[in-house]
Design a binder for this molecule. Structure first.
Ligand code: ASP
Length: 326
């Protein structure tokens, strides 16, 4: 038996001027989600069930960028994506391009449990959702007023939005004042955007699991797939650890970030926090991303190299923390 541990995130790259009220709302939601996970773990729930439960809660609340409150495509629509992975047996499921599914993480779970596949996308994923009878909603349910406003700003700036960075005012990387536009894959990026969510858990039997869910980047092209549904990039779990990432998806994909944490633990023998620090330093440029992780021995760790990451963690020994900044 090991002590259980849980971590949640609500996205990396936070506007340093985010109003206090909004910061408090985010922290309350993270606390609520942690408490939900803690009660489940205290009732001996399996890690895989707990990550799904917690991410469902985050998807249902419109504060972060997943499910209701998802970032919008360039056409003002939602295309949600999610993935889930169970460490024991390395089982996984993922979905992309969802337009009606209330809780994408649960459809990802069904892909894992009830289909012969690992990843379903767009119309095929929607067909599967209908077949499975999961709860579905009209497109309007997912689209919030805040996000419609943000899409307008993004379009005016001709930007794909990952976080608060505003190229035209000369912020380089995480708000360090340098007079050059910031670009992502050659495109300018700007202004505060809603944030992806994720959860990682190790249960008292040492089983690790991870789940991530998102609407993707604000003003993304339709059809764009980010890191969040990609096993090994945005999400990974195995016998050693569980990892969920957030940030600039294209950079996370290039760094196979989540799998990399597991790989350096497995092949270099690093401890969890060491592995997280190594990967953030070696596989990312400054300002790109963050991640949360747990290990089979009950440790919990996180790391990020941009200004802020909404996150929280708790462990069986009574430790609990919720934070946004360093
Ligand atoms: N990683 C997500 C994506 O690129 C965005 C985020 O984490 O906020 O779709």
């Amino acid at each position: 038996m090991v002590g259980w541990a849980i971590a949640v995130h609500g996205g990396a790259g936070v506007d340093p001027n985010l109003p206090t009220e909004r910061q408090e709302q985010a922290k309350l939601l993270l606390t609520r989600c942690l408490n939900l996970g803690i009660s489940a773990l205290q009732s001996s729930a399996a890690a895989i069930d707990v990550v799904e439960l917690v991410v469902r809660e985050l998807e249902t609340d419109p504060i972060f960028n997943s499910g209701r409150g998802s970032a919008l495509t360039e056409k003002g629509t939602v295309e949600m994506e999610a993935s889930i992975m169970d460490g024991p047996g390395r089982r996984c499921g993922a979905v992309s391009g969802l337009t009606t599914v209330k809780n994408p993480v649960s459809l990802a779970r069904l892909v894992m449990d009830k289909s012969p596949h690992s990843y379903l996308a767009f119309s095929g994923a929607e067909d599967f959702a209908k077949q499975m009878g999961v709860e579905r909603e009209e497109n309007d349910y997912f689209i919030t007023e805040d996000n419609v406003g943000m899409l307008k700003v993004a379009k005016e700036a001709n930007s794909i939005v990952f976080d608060y960075r505003i190229p035209t005012t000369g912020y380089e990387s995480c708000g360090v004042g340098v007079e050059s536009p910031i670009r992502m894959n050659g495109l300018p990026i700007s202004v505060y955007a809603p944030e992806t969510v994720g959860c990682v858990v190790v249960d008292s039997q040492g089983r690790c699991a991870a789940a991530t869910s998102t609407g993707g980047l604000m003003n993304k092209r339709t059809g764009r797939i980010g890191d969040s549904p990609l096993i090994g990039a945005g999400t990974y779990a195995c016998d050693a650890c569980g990892v969920s990432c957030t940030g600039e998806g294209e950079a996370i994909i290039r760094g196979t970030l989540a799998r990399e944490v597991a790989a350096v633990m497995e092949y270099k023998g690093l401890g969890l926090q060491e592995a997280v620090d190594f990967v953030i330093k070696e596989r990312l440029d400054e300002g790109q991303a963050g991640l949360i992780a747990v290990s089979k021995t009950g440790e919990v760790a996180y790391g990020f190299n941009c200004v802020g990451m909404f996150r929280g963690c708790a462990s069986e020994d009574g430790f609990m923390e919720v934070g946004i900044w360093e």
